[in-house]
Every structure is written in C-alpha cells, then in structure tokens.
Design a protein. Structure first.
Length: 169
C-alpha cells in the first residue's frame, strides 16, 4: 500500500544527516519527498548554511508550490545552486509508476558555479546502490537502464567535490 505523506527531513543543520530515516519511510510504503533545512538558532540563521529543499513547480505561486510538494517533485541539497532533473520512463521524480521489468532513467545535473560532480548513485530498496557513475565535471548527463521486477522505489544521490552527499531526491 502506498501512503502519500509529504516531506521528510534528511538534513537539519550542516551536520545532521538522516538518509536512513528516508529509507525507512520508503521501506514502510510512505511516498515522501526529502527535505533539508537549517534549524540552527544562530545569528546567521537565514543565510549561514546552504541547505535547501528544491521544489519543481510550474510557477512560483503558492498553488504550484503546494502541488509540487504534494506530488513529491523535489529534492534536498546542501549545495545552494545545484540543479537536478531526474525521470524514470519519462515520469519526473516523485511520480508513482506502474511495475515494469526495466526503467529508463534520465538524469541531468548541473552546478552553475563550476563545482565538480564526482559521483551519481541510483538507490533502491533497502538503501542499496543499484547503479553509479563516477564523474569529474560541473555538468553530468546520464541515462542508465535499471532492471528489476521487484523494486518499489528509486532515488538519486549526488556527491560533489566538496560534499560527501550533496543531494537526495
């Protein structure tokens, strides 16, 4: 059974990283989008950390932002300008797909300030990495084919030259 549950925090402040909670929620059948925030209670609270939750909305209106959250179209990142576009069989991240023997992924990642993307991983059931790509470029395009008759979810993990794990979505 699939439950649409909204957002789940994977980053809070620069040191608290809880991807395992995201995996547990997915394993339990929750349809959640990873989120990041900086609940740090310091003088630079609004600008001190680069954590952010990105929503893939049609426009910057409250209705479109809420719709993107409800659909799970977004990701969590610690890079202030990293751009990710990820689809499976043409369906954008957050979509619910019909079971298939294989899925065609299309992943486009860009860091406009030139920071190199060093690794891209596709993660599936149990938090297992099912495909990976090593890179050393600020822009990466990758179209792997994923084969599985039993996988219930996939998400992308991105690493950059300055962060172990930069994006979850």
């Amino acid at each position: 059974m699939l439950f649409r549950s909204g957002l789940i925090e994977v980053w809070n402040d620069s040191w608290l990283y809880t991807e395992d909670s995201y995996v547990k929620a997915l394993e339990a059948g929750w349809h959640v989008m990873p989120a990041a925030n900086a609940d740090n209670h310091t003088a630079d609270w609004i600008s001190g950390l680069p954590l952010r939750t990105v929503l893939l909305a049609r426009q910057l209106t409250p209705e479109d932002l809420y719709e993107a959250m409800a659909a799970g179209r977004g990701y969590a990142t610690v890079d202030p300008n990293l751009r990710i576009h990820y689809t499976l069989n043409g369906a954008v991240m957050g979509s619910t797909l019909s079971p298939a023997d294989s899925y065609q992924a299309s992943i486009s990642i860009e860091d406009p300030d030139g920071q190199a993307i060093t690794r891209v991983e596709i993660v599936s059931d149990g938090g297992a990495v099912v495909a990976s790509l090593d890179a050393d470029d600020p822009a990466v395009e990758w179209q792997p084919t994923l084969s599985s008759e039993t996988s219930r979810y996939y998400y992308v993990r991105v690493m950059t030259e300055s962060n172990e794990a930069t994006e979850i979505g």
